[in-house]
Design a binder for this molecule. Sequence first.
Ligand code: SAM
Length: 218
Amino acid sequence: MPDFAALRERMVVEQIAGRGLIDARLLDAFREVPREFFVAPDFAVEAYDDKPLPIEAGQTISQPYIVAFMIDAARVRPGQRVLEVGAGSGYAAALLGRIADEVVAIERHPELARLARERMERLGYRNVRIVEGDGTLGFAEAAPYGAILAAAAGRHVPEALLDQLAEGGILVMPLGSPGGAQRLVRVRRRGGRFEREEMDAVRFVPLIGEQGWPEERE
Ligand code: SAM
């Protein structure tokens, strides 16, 4: 059995802090959440490698660094309610829940939503709510959100997500075609305006839904 605690600490030091993300709350969240719980047992030995890994339903758990980059870019902090679109394994939602007060994470695949929910229960992460549904429509009943992160690449920023962003809130998501060029964008709500900024090139699975790509693009 690998020494997961030691591997986790090395991941924090080398992959996250070592690349310039040094916010103490962010690093502590990565120290607390056991990534090996969020992958199938066969992949547990690779849980702290610097890469995405396959999960159920043909999806992926994102590379730790990219999750850290997005949380940092969205300026997630205590006191906030945060929405994650694309809960997948639940790993990023669990990290967000270590920093923010409350997290709602939506997943379109019922099997993934069920597994993520079970993981939150097992780990006792009571401030993370996993919802099954189309996250391109957001989750209006808990809006507004201080931060919104999407873990799948859309065609455009869904209008519903902009509507559900709190004043001063930040949305971070990848945009671009499935398998093609994709880029992270950051949108800040300021007064009646949305300020948009392009960030790094990335590669994500497609955001499938009413305000995303059609199902056959998955
Ligand atoms: N954050 C996840 C984690 O920590 O494991 C990784 C998510 S994976 C890269 C992207 C997820 O987005 C997939 O599980 C996929 O099913 C989901 N997804 C795609 N379109 C969606 C939509 N419209 N609503 C909710 N989830 C969606």
